[in-house]
Write a protein that binds this ligand. Structure first.
Ligand code: TTP
Ligand code: MG
Length: 346
């Protein structure tokens, strides 16, 4: 049986959530990121499509976004709400098929090979159900593997539905930049560029031997096959996070111990919330403190017994903080949880 893989990606996710809960923002340029203050040092997490017209995009400093469009509405990121919406969407997908791979807050793969309905019917049902439970649109791509499904979902955003068949590989896949291939990151992209390979069609013309020499046999072979639209990677249904973390950069460097403690407590609350949602208990807690001169220190503590209790974790965070010499002002604070165990009593 040939495989049929679906990839779903929410449209301008954080911005769309904000526009839905504040309908007066619909149709307006909305920029979500940092603490929502465009004069602060944060970066854009996402921009609504209306804001993208001005050249505003993810990872751009908020100050630059403000210069591009001072009229845009700048909002802080509210991860709790986005994660709640994300969970609703993933539930819709799991109801279609339990073979779901959770890739990130706003995207997932679904293996729909065994479902007898047409791709169009499945795509429609997902869009309708996602709209019914969240009021948001998503884009869907379907293909014979994860690689092509992911490329397909990106092709007609927003509210897109795209199918890529094996026959479309030359026409659709080859003109795209190599970076679009799932598994090609910035490092591979740079090496390929040095080799004169910019688009996927260029990559398909390089022999597997040369790619293996450059990237090693495993990645080299993967690249060659990917350029031909081939990808056997399975759907990974159970995913355990390697770590859960939150960071906050301050608009102004702070020297107040009390403020530092309050922010660490708030970050702890956020990571514990996510930990509990994942039904995990954690062993190791790490804090990160970046000073005004960018010197960065981390301190870790392992609990005797893994826990998901906020007071236990906060106590560990403060034990870490006591081991940091606060002689300079602080620019950024972070809390990270790692080494998880599954919580079976839930
Ligand atoms: P994306 O799916 O990359 O972007 P998007 O959903 O905002 O827009 P598109 O319609 O093009 O898919 O990322 C999903 C969410 O992840 C996004 O809403 C915000 C967050 N995010 C960041 O916080 N930082 C980033 O650099 C990126 C790319 C995304
Ligand atoms: Mg998205």
């Amino acid at each position: 049986m040939s495989r049929r893989i679906l990839h779903m990606d929410m449209d301008a996710f954080f911005a769309a959530v904000e526009q839905r809960r504040r309908p007066e923002l619909i149709g307006k340029p909305v920029v979500v990121g940092g603490m929502g203050d465009p004069s602060s040092r944060g970066v854009v997490a996402t921009a609504s499509y209306e804001a993208r017209v001005f050249g505003i995009h993810s990872a751009m400093p908020l100050k630059i976004a403000y210069k591009l469009n001072p009229q845009a509405v700048f909002l802080p990121a509210d991860f709790e709400t986005y994660e709640e919406e994300s969970r609703k969407v993933k539930k819709v997908l799991r109801n279609i098929s339990p073979l779901m791979e959770d890739v990130g807050i706003d995207e997932a793969f679904l293996d729909i090979s065994a479902i007898s309905r047409s791709s169009l019917e499945i795509g429609k049902e997902i869009k309708e159900n996602v709209m019914a439970v969240t009021g948001l649109t998503c884009s869907i791509g379907i293909g014979p593997n994860k690689l092509l499904a992911k490329i397909a979902s990106d092709m007609k955003k927003p509210d897109g539905y795209t199918v890529i068949e094996e026959d479309d590989i030359e026409d659709i896949l080859w003109p795209l930049p190599v970076r679009k291939l799932l598994g090609v990151g910035p490092k591979t992209e740079t090496v390929l560029k040095d080799m004169g390979v910019e688009i996927i069609g260029d990559l398909a013309k390089v022999t597997p031997e040369i790619l293996s020499l450059r990237f090693g046999p495993s990645h080299g072979n993967f690249l060659y096959r990917a350029a031909c639209g081939l990808d056997e990677r399975p759907i990974v249904t159970f995913w355990e996070p390697k770590s859960i973390s939150r960071e906050r950069t301050f608009p102004r460097d702070i020297g107040h111990w009390q403020t530092i403690a309050t922010v660490l407590a708030a970050l702890t609350k956020e990571v514990v919330l996510e930990l509990r949602q994942e039904k995990m208990i954690v062993k190791t807690i790490t804090i990160k403190v970046r000073f005004s001169d960018f010197q960065t220190v981390t301190r870790s503590k392992s609990l005797e017994e893994a826990s998901d209790v906020e007071t236990d974790i906060r106590r560990a965070v403060f034990a870490c903080l006591q081991r940091v010499e606060l002689v300079k002002k602080v620019r950024l604070l972070g809390v990270r949880l790692s080494r998880f165990e599954k919580h079976f009593s839930l």
